[in-house]
Design a protein around this ligand. Structure first.
Ligand SMILES: O=c1[nH]cnc2c1ncn2[C@H]1C[C@H](O)[C@@H](CO)O1
Length: 363
């Protein structure tokens, strides 16, 4: 299994990450510690053995990748201390990668054990609701922000196969709008369930009505029509992945003209089978050449045994990305972040200074 600790850093300047799942970015050691404390049985006893269970090493399918969450979510879900801990540790890990602003996403329902039907991961019913999950994640992220001096905001996920949760999700977005929650997302298995359910649509309509920002996983493994629906029906302001947009030339041209943001995740796209394993033919190369608005992201670094440096390194080594392009895409990411205008300006200023891109007004 690859050890990423000594990997070459091709872009050591401050970065912005917009697409990463909290429950796909947990430390294996934390899973082991929490399992021990809670007396939860795991099929293995060591970190190395657990990594072998969780990590995807060869390209597979989105469906088989999503099954990996079954290996460990029962350990973390329903436990207040664990949820706060994974959020704080997440911020620490991102700070170490040189990320100065991150939007992290998760499903509050997947981490709860009460007020959620069905109770996920075969848990016994407890007293931790999706609402309290959001509060705990907010606390963990805020602690991490203070300690590691970066900014972290969150996005709450609706799940494609669980439309009955979506109303709650938008209500939680509204309730915690001023406490770190910046947007709503629709995640899950696009390959099994392509068309948005009316309950997802209603949640997104409410998000529009209440000024909640919107992103949607679309065109990762599903066809370009899912992207079209995400943008036209769900009113997505950003597209999660979006690779298969390129299969519909008219749609792609339209989204380019609209400056639509694509949250791309190169390493993830290879291992979920979303894109060809040959990185030299990757859709993000087209985005780069067309000067599209996109970001580079890790998606689920735990399961892909990865980190943000690895995505940048891959883009540099196999896709011809330059330092200038890394700067440009991070500026695009900051511009497409879901921060309020003033905070966005501050983020852009920090990046411009770090990239020495200050415009001269001397004459
Ligand atoms: O790449 C992905 N595509 C679709 N759904 C995903 C991906 N990575 C994680 N998820 C799901 C599984 C998580 O439990 C959920 C919320 O973070 O989102």
């Amino acid at each position: 299994m690859a050890d990423r600790s000594s990997e070459q850093v091709v872009f050591s300047k401050p970065k912005v990450e917009l697409h990463v799942h909290l429950d796909g970015a947990i430390r294996v050691q934390t899973i082991m510690d929490v399992a021990k404390r809670r007396g939860k049985t795991l099929p293995v006893n060591t970190v190395e053995e657990m990594k072998k269970k969780i990590i995807v090493e060869e390209p597979g399918t989105l469906t088989s990748f999503l099954e990996k969450f079954n290996e460990y979510m029962h350990v973390i879900a329903g436990d207040r201390e664990a949820i706060k801990r994974i959020a704080r540790e997440f911020v620490e890990d991102k700070a170490k990668e040189g990320v100065i602003y991150v939007e992290v996403r998760y499903s509050p329902h997947f981490l709860a054990n009460s007020g959620v039907k069905p109770i996920p991961w075969n848990q016994e019913e407890g007293d931790l609701s999706p609402d309290e999950v959001v509060r705990l994640v907010n606390e963990g992220l805020s602690e991490g922000e203070r300690e590691f001096k970066i900014k972290a905001r969150s996005i709450l996920c609706c799940m494609r196969h669980m439309p009955s949760w979506s109303k709650d999700v938008v209500e939680l977005c509204k309730k915690y709008k001023d406490e770190g929650v910046v947007a709503i997302d629709l995640a899950g298995d696009e390959s099994l369930n392509c068309e948005a359910n009316p309950e997802h649509m209603e949640a997104y309509e409410e998000a529009v009505r209440c000024g909640i920002h919107r992103t949607v996983h679309a065109g990762e493994v599903g066809p370009a029509s899912v992207v079209k629906e995400a943008v036209e029906v769900l009113k997505a302001e950003r597209v999660g992945h979006g690779y298969r947009t390129l299969e519909d030339d008219d749609l792609y041209k339209k989204l380019l003209a609209q400056n639509m943001h694509f949250e791309t995740c190169p390493i993830s796209s290879k291992l979920t089978g979303a894109c060809n394993a040959d990185f030299t033919t990757h859709p993000v190369i087209t985005f780069m050449k067309d000067k599209a608005n996109y970001s580079l992201n890790t998606d689920d670094p735990l399961i892909f045994n990865s980190n943000l440096h690895h995505d940048y390194q891959t883009a540099h080594q196999h896709m011809g990305f330059t330092e200038e392009e890394f700067k440009r895409l991070n500026i695009c990411s900051a511009q497409s972040s879901f921060l309020p205008a003033k905070e966005k300006e501050e983020l852009l200023k920090t990046l411009n200074e770090a990239y020495e891109m200050i415009q001269s007004t001397a004459f």
